[in-house]
Design a protein around this ligand. Structure first.
Ligand SMILES: Cc1ncc(COP(=O)(O)O)c(C=O)c1O
Length: 304
């Protein structure tokens, strides 16, 4: 990451090198933070943030689930996101709003502490989303079980969820794969370590219901709406490991990943080891939407 530009911290735009927190910040010790991942695209009509209101809504919902008292309104956060992107002069970037219990009392109970908010953005280099974008990602079904909504609210995009996801990701990478797929406590497919998952079998597109433990992905929702708008449909049903192995196509969705193809699960080759036809079409449709080329979805873009 280039150590340049400005980061928004509790209303102030501070230089990158000054965007610091105290070592006794509550969230550092107890993982009491929530965040968002948003993309700004360089469309032919200018830079546009993809589904900004939906991301801000999820940000506030995550905060609510952790009893965070936000010092800012949704409008203030939306405006701050736009301001931060502009201040950094980036046409295309990844945006990371973060809310965390800050420095105050030290002890498990976070609520006496102030909730601090920061917004950073950085140039989008494809990085970890690359595998699967052009060829196909090779995924390992993780031996780590997806944490469960009986333990933590899974619809919060909370830092604490990602320790589990990071264990799965590292296990997959250390075993020579690109990405992990996580099963829930009942053995049903939940999602990837940072993406939702779809399976195509005999032309039918299927995805696990949110009750399987995956995050309510904004890309997932976008893809479902794009499919429906184009006259198709998606079936939400519990999927098992065997459904992955026998799929004709598998793809994952996420803000970072966009639509990425999966061509191997464990040692099993999916389809003919190449990106499937439906995945390719959806990749193109999604790219048209984010680039403002599909009039029907222009309201999803906030031009800045
Ligand atoms: C665990 C997890 N699931 C799914 C997603 C996809 O969500 P979205 O499409 O909103 O980026 C993400 C990425 O944010 C994620 O971290």
């Amino acid at each position: 990451m280039k150590e340049i530009g400005k980061i928004w911290m509790n209303r102030k735009l501070v230089p990158f090198k000054d965007a610091k927190v105290h070592v006794l910040t509550h969230a550092l010790h107890y993982s009491t933070s929530i965040f968002e991942g948003i993309r700004c695209y360089n469309t032919p009509n200018g830079s546009a943030i993809f589904r900004l209101p939906e991301h801000v809504d999820r940000f506030f919902n995550s905060a609510k689930l952790y009893s965070m008292k936000m010092q800012f309104s949704k409008k203030e956060i939306s405006d701050a996101i736009i301001k931060t992107v502009k201040a950094n002069g980036l046409k295309e970037c990844y945006i990371r709003p973060l809310a965390y219990y800050g420095f105050g009392t030290m002890g498990l109970t976070p609520t006496p502490n102030k909730v601090d908010v920061s917004i950073a953005c950085w140039e989008w280099a494809m990085g970890e989303g690359k595998a699967g974008k052009f060829s196909g990602a090779r995924c390992k079904v993780s031996s780590w079980i997806k944490i469960d909504s009986r333990s933590q609210p899974m619809q919060a995009k909370a830092a604490s969820n990602y320790a589990n996801a990071a264990l799965a990701r590292v296990e997959a990478l250390e075993n020579g794969y690109d990405e992990a797929i996580m099963l829930n406590i009942h053995g049903k497919v939940a999602e990837g370590s940072a993406e939702n998952i779809f399976v195509v079998k005999d032309g039918i597109i299927q995805t696990p219901p949110l009750s399987a433990g995956g995050l309510e992905g904004i890309t997932r929702d976008s893809i479902i709406q794009i499919i429906e708008e184009n006259g198709g449909f998606v079936i939400e049903r519990d999927l098992e490991r065997g459904d992955l192995y026998s799929a004709d196509e598998i793809f994952m969705t996420g803000t970072a990943a966009e639509v990425k193809s999966v061509t191997q699960i464990d040692k099993v080759i999916i389809g003919n080891a190449k990106m499937g036809k439906i995945t390719k079409e959806l990749q193109k449709s999604f790219s048209d939407v984010t680039m403002g080329k599909d009039e029907r979805f222009l309201p999803w873009l906030t031009f800045i």
